[in-house]
Design a protein around this ligand. Sequence first.
Ligand code: NAD
Length: 499
Amino acid sequence: MDCMVTNDIDFSIPGKVNNIIAGIEKDSAQQCTFDKINPHNGEIIAKIARSEAADVNEAVVVANQSYKDWSLLSPVRRGEILFEIALLMKKYQKELAQIVSLETGKSYKDAYGETSGAISLGMFMAGEGQRLYGRTTTSSVQNKYPMIIREPVGVAALIIAFNTPIANVAWKVFPALICGNTVVLKASEDTPLTSYFFGRIAHSASLPKGVLNIIQGYGHEAGELLVNHSGIDLISFTGSTSVGKRIAKVAGEKLIKTFLELGGKNPLVVDQDANLDNAIKWILLSAFSNAGQRCASCSRVIIHEDIYESIKDSLVEKTRKLKLGTSDEDDLGPVINEKQLNNILDAVTKAQKTGAHILIGGKRLSTSPFDKGYYMQPTIIENATPESDISQQELFGPVVCLYRFRTFQEAIDLANNTSYGLTACIHTKDVDKANEFVRRVRTGVAVINGGTYGSEPNMPFGGVKNSGNGFREPGSEALEVYSNYKNIITLVDTNRIYK
Ligand code: NAD
């Protein structure tokens, strides 16, 4: 049954999570569903609408119909509406964080922090409505005045990953809307509820119906159909490099603007003069927070040979004390689904067979109360060759490999020795080495004496090589994705005025 989204937001989990098209909650046309499973205990949380061609088409048609009014609205007014949405997110932050925690298995504390980031992003992008600067320039022609303004791109297809679901929604929806695009958001099949409740919040604010349409469904069905639809003007995708490459091919054929935020195999280098306690703290956080399901996760630690053994021993000892579970006192939760858990386990087994040595972890947690959930032991591996699969492929789980280096050049070569280039970090007290490293490491984010982190609402984030296609999100740099420039030229007829 279809029903209007109302002003009262009920955060109880619906039996079925529907699409939101033109502000109306709708079943999928075929009325097919799939199950969203709780990664902590394997129980079904809800049935999710499994969108197919008719649903995707309806959402794209509605987004096109809504484009004219939304794109012509003043950016300042658009910003006011986005600010209202951000304020409602603040009002319902507790409820939103509970939803994020429930469907990802991360702690409430972490989910709350993620939600804070999403709200800040909403507020930052709302402010961009007052700063949507273009520029003027000079001309070689007398009395010719160029004025370069930003215009929306059109209907934006937004496709997101599961790992930080409310941040991922905010990172794309707010910049897309402030620039005047209308949106079809394809929720992640692993985190459908966060997108759904964001949609309810947005429609409780003054967002005109049809401007933000949310479809649920699988990537190979709804996602693929959306990317191939002739009615979209922009694709903004956050997810794996393999899916990103597939999307880039389709977008290349259609010649539409495409933004890809992809995977990482992020290195953290520890030089012999580093503050070792600080380095160890950051390695553990970078490798294991969010159960390693961060594009910026540290999966390779490159350690000077003189301190290798002591760092290794300390990491193993501290990893043994990490607590798994979903409470605020725990260090990491489950991975998102059984398939992903099995992929990680297979990769670890294969690495072992090719000579790598597991220092700790490497297995699924099979003791109660974790046995029904998708819990992977935090895992540290050594002796993997830099060319092996485990050193090269993103696992998106709590698995980190250790490597040794002797010279600074070796550290840089190892850091750059993957097809990815998202984030990197060095721990050293030597200002020359730190500066040289951040310049020579081929990534979009480089950190000194911290973790492989780097995303804040007002900062550009994104990668080089196979980690992205050069655009950045969020920060003001995200406007480059969601707007196009138009050069408006005025020729003034001075002869007429002064005759
Ligand atoms: P994924 O690539 O499996 O899925 C991402 C999204 O794409 C999902 O919504 C999925 O339904 C959709 N999708 C899948 N196949 C599709 C297809 N053929 N056509 C269109 N859409 C399709 O990734 P995931 O498992 O959800 O997330 C993990 C990945 O995301 C990791 O590689 C991680 O590094 C990356 N990630 C990158 C960033 C970044 O900012 N660079 C941030 C978060 C996650």
